[in-house]
Design a binder for this molecule. Sequence first.
Ligand code: TXA
Ligand code: MG
Length: 319
Amino acid sequence: MRVGLDLDFAAAVLGRGRLVALPTETVYGLGADATNDEAVARLYAAKGRPTFNPLIAHVKDVEAAGALVEVDARAQALMERFWPGPLTLVLPRRAGCEVSLLASAGLSTLAIRAPAHPFMQGVLKTFGRPIVAPSANLSGRVSPTCAEHVRQDFGDACADLEYVVDGGDCALGIESTVVSIDDDGVRLLRPGAVTRAALQTVVKLVDGFVNGPDDALGHASPGLSRSHYAPSLPVRLNAREARPFEALLAFGDVDPTGFAEVFWLSREGSLVEAAARLFQGLRRLDHAPLLGIAVSTIPEEGLGEAIVDRLRRAAADRD
Ligand code: TXA
Ligand code: MG
């Protein structure tokens, strides 16, 4: 696998139906030509992802989205406010939608997002077709926020991943917010980089139903299984006292005395900084001879909703 920052090469690899790891403003994505069934199948195989877990199609802009999915007034308003950016919309596929049916995993809907990252925008323009890209980690592992994380997961073992684009650290560090829009209303399926409050400045959200970590697989957003963001070590939330050989993901005004190792999500208690450092911290502390990862309490407001969502999944019983 090559590592670099070559737009034309990235587009050429995609054009041959092979995989490219691409930086976005949220996390790194494992990209494939969304219109090529074989390429999408290679992507599922490379990730070890169950094929019932559908993918996000990345597009350049609202116009490109309109060719693939039905964009009603609610979707239009959300796209205009948050695109390009970290918001994914689950919308009905249009008749003749060129995105592989495999990417929708048997659903009549397609998840779609226009990412803001300049390299990703460049690839979308040069390549000229939509790109499906799940987070570029092995299925069930923590999402990658730099090129090195991608290399850690895939090494040289995956022949189909021909190119890893090194675009540095992801600015946001946590995945996009996923909402579905249908006759029942606009529903938050996955809390993410666009906060609930920000969404509510544009649309009314249907109450109640976010796929929590206790939901069984198979609800509205099939990817949100319980232990979806799991490091190898057990994760313990709202920790105050250290247990033997335990590391701490520290946040804000806490005393880390007694913990075997400490990774600061944010000393100042900044949720933006904590989101950007979360997956890096989970990876960094996931090693022997540590026996567990403790996490300080993080307020569940604003971006904290997405951070705590990921941490709960990391802490959930392993299937
Ligand atoms: O920030 C992100 O969204 C990153 C970057 C690379 O764009 N991508 C990402 O993709 O997180 P992935 O595949 O790891 O997560 C996509 C989520 C999954 O939870 C999946 O189940 C859900 O979106 N999803 C995709 N298509 C769906 C659909 N048609 N209906 C409901 N949920 C869907
Ligand atoms: Mg993922």
